[in-house]
Ligand binder design. Structure first.
Ligand code: SAM
Length: 340
C-alpha cells in the first residue's frame, strides 16, 4: 500500500501540497472509440484494454462513491467514447443515486447520442460537451476518418431537446486543418444556441507527433474570431477553476471560451482528479505515474484503504503540468486511454 505523507500536516480529503482540493472527477468508462481522429489515435485504433482489466459497473460505482464521499461534487464521464459503454445509462443512474448527488456531465463525440440523449437525461445526466472540430463534412471525414458529421449534428440537437443544457461544443484548433474556419464553427454554434470552447492541442496523442511550434495558440484563435466579432473578456473572478477563458460576443449574452492549456496553463486553480477505465487514479492529465485501485479493490481492500490510496495520489500532484519544461515527458497513456 502507498505510504502517505505525515497525516499531521496533510489536510483531510483530496488535497495536494499546493492548497488545491479535487472536486471534479473525470471518469473514463472505456478506452474504445468509434472515431479515429488523426490527432488522437492511428487509423487502425489502439490495443484496447481487455474487458477483464476494466472496472465493472459495481466497482466503478464503489470508487466513484468514495470520491464523492471525499469531496467530489462533479463527475464527468468520458473515454474513449463513453457512449460505447453498454451500461452507460445504468451507470449514470447509479451515480445519480449517490449521496450527496454529484452533478453529472459527459464528454462525447456525439455519435449515437441522438438515440440515448433522453434516456441519459432521465437517468440523471445533467449536461454534455460534444467534441466537434469542424462543420465541413469533408474536413470532418478526413479528420475523424469516419463520415459521421450528420450523426454528431443529430446528437447535438437531441441533447438540446432532451434538456442536457447548456450544450457545449469543444473544438481543437489545428494548423492547416481547421484553423482558418474557427469563425465558421462559432457562427454555426451561435445559430443553434451551443456554447463553443476552443482547446489548444496538447501533447497527448498516441503517435507522439505533437509539435509545440505548430500548435494553434489561444491568442491566434482569439485574433481570428476578433476579425468577425468583438470579444470582451469576462472578469477573471468569474472563471474559478474553469479551464476556459470566456469572452462575451458582441456584448453578449452569448460567450465563447478558449482553453489555453499549453500557452497559459491554469494548473494553480485545477480541481480535477481522474479515474481510468482500468481503475487507475491520476492526479493530472500529464502524470507519468498513477495509483492502482483495481488490484486492491479486487483483493478486498476496505473503503478506508481505498480512500488512503486516492488521497495519496492527490497529495503527490505536481504544481504544474510542466509542458515546456526541459524535462517534460509525455505520458505513456494517450488521451483516449486517460479520458479527456
Ligand atoms: N470521445 C469523447 C469525445 O470525443 O469527446 C471523449 C474523449 S476525447 C479524448 C475528449 C476530448 O479530447 C475531445 O474533445 C478531443 O478533441 C480532445 N483531444 C484529444 N486529443 C487531444 C489533444 N492532443 N489535445 C487536445 N485535445 C485533445
Amino acid at each position: 500500500m502507498t505510504r502517505l505523507p505525515d497525516p499531521s500536516v496533510r489536510p483531510a480529503g483530496l488535497a495536494d501540497q499546493f492548497g488545491r482540493v479535487a472536486r471534479d472527477l473525470r471518469v473514463s468508462v472505456t478506452d474504445r472509440c468509434n472515431l479515429r481522429c488523426t490527432y488522437c489515435m492511428p487509423a487502425e485504433g489502439l490495443p484496447w484494454m481487455p474487458k477483464a482489466e476494466m472496472l465493472t459497473d459495481e466497482e466503478l460505482l464503489r470508487v466513484i462513491g468514495l470520491f464523492v464521499r471525499d469531496g467530489v461534487t462533479q463527475v464527468r464521464l468520458t473515454g474513449g467514447e463513453p457512449l460505447l459503454r453498454r451500461s452507460l445509462v445504468e451507470l449514470v443512474a447509479g451515480i445519480a443515486a449517490l449521496e450527496p448527488r454529484p452533478r453529472i456531465a459527459m464528454t462525447t463525440n456525439g455519435v449515437g447520442l441522438e438515440r440515448v440523449a433522453r434516456e441519459l437525461k432521465q437517468a440523471g445526466l445533467d449536461r454534455v460537451n460534444v467534441s466537434l472540430d469542424t462543420i465541413d463534412s469533408q474536413t470532418f471525414t478526413q479528420l475523424t476518418r469516419r463520415d459521421r458529421l450528420g450523426d454528431v449534428e443529430a446528437g447535438l440537437k437531441a441533447a438540446a431537446d432532451a434538456g442536457l443544457t447548456p450544450v457545449k461544443v469543444n473544438a481543437v484548433a489545428m494548423r492547416g486543418v481547421n484553423d482558418e474556419s474557427v469563425a465558421d464553427v462559432l457562427a454555426w454554434c451561435l445559430e443553434r444556441g451551443y456554447e463553443l470552447r476552443f482547446i489548444e492541442q496538447m501533447p497527448l496523442d498516441a503517435q507522439h507527433a505533437w509539435d509545440r511550434s505548430d500548435m494553434v495558440t489561444a491568442d491566434e484563435i482569439r485574433e481570428r474570431l476578433s476579425r468577425r466579432w468583438e470579444l470582451t473578456p469576462l472578469p477573471a473572478a468569474e472563471r474559478g477553476s474553469a479551464p476556459a477563458e470566456r469572452f462575451l460576443i458582441d456584448g453578449g449574452p452569448e460567450t465563447v471560451g478558449i482553453i489555453a492549456s499549453v500557452s497559459a496553463p491554469f494548473c494553480a486553480a485545477c480541481d480535477r482528479t481522474r479515474l481510468t477505465a482500468d481503475g487507475q487514479v491520476r492526479n493530472c492529465l500529464f502524470s507519468t505515474t498513477e495509483t492502482d485501485l483495481r488490484g486492491p479493490l479486487r483483493e478486498g481492500a476496505t473503503d478506508d484503504e481505498l480512500l488512503a490510496l486516492m488521497r495519496g495520489e492527490m497529495w503527490r500532484k505536481r504544481r504544474g503540468h510542466g509542458i515546456g519544461d526541459p524535462g517534460f515527458v509525455q505520458p505513456d497513456r494517450p488521451m483516449s486511454a486517460i479520458g479527456g
